[in-house]
Design a protein around this ligand. Structure first.
Ligand SMILES: C=C(O[C@@H]1C=C(C(=O)O)C=C[C@H]1O)C(=O)O
Length: 185
């Protein structure tokens, strides 16, 4: 299976992934919850939250036109010593109310408690260096001096589309596993 493109995290795909990778990528529950087994308290930094233009990949997954302004939230979630996950969540401005009061609370606190929010798909990918998501994660690592200029680590990512039952509200949650995350060990 070609994991350089997004693939549905179904049984066939999961079987082809190395065990450590599958354990994180195909986690159907909350990643924040999973992280809390490694740290006393999950640390989350909100890198930015506001109106932005989507990448072509995000627009296509959300089925919105590429030049429409949307709401974007970027965060990192920490492991015991360093950031493990870079996440970028995007949604049409009309869905912004879903996350407006979140602040530095993890998105998982909404996704896994609001019974009207349903996951439409979960997809996994080993990001290509040309992808915007890869570039954003690498830019973050370099800004934080967590990566030297010449390094181009292979990074695994997952993305899921969430929709509110009977409504148009929805969001795309993309999560990139950074080099210190346990799935590379
Ligand atoms: C989606 C979850 O929440 C995490 C927190 C996020 C946020 O607060 O923006 C985004 C992605 C996640 O890794 C989760 O816990 O599974």
């Amino acid at each position: 299976m070609n994991f350089n493109n997004w693939q549905n995290a179904d049984d066939t795909a999961i079987k082809e992934l190395p065990f450590h990778v599958a354990e994180w990528l195909a986690e159907f529950g909350s990643l924040t919850e999973k992280l809390s087994r490694y740290v006393d308290q999950v640390k989350l930094d909100v890198l930015c939250e506001g109106a932005d233009i989507l990448t072509a990949e995000e627009a296509s997954a959300l089925k919105v036109s590429g030049d429409v302004t949307c709401q974007v939230r970027e965060v990192v979630l920490y492991g015991p010593q360093s950031p493990w996950i870079y996440a970028r969540t995007s949604m049409p401005l009309t869905s912004k109310h879903l996350i407006e009061k979140l602040g530095s609370k993890p998105l998982g606190s909404i996704l896994f408690t609001d019974e009207e929010l349903r996951r439409q798909f979960l997809q996994v990918c080993q990001l290509q260096e040309t992808s915007q998501l890869y570039k954003s994660a690498i830019r973050y690592l370099k800004n934080e001096n967590l990566l030297v200029d010449s390094e181009k680590p292979k990074l695994w990512a997952r993305r899921s589309l969430w929709k509110k039952k009977d409504k148009d509200d929805g969001m795309l949650v993309c999560e990139v596993f950074l080099p210190d995350a346990p799935l590379y060990r």
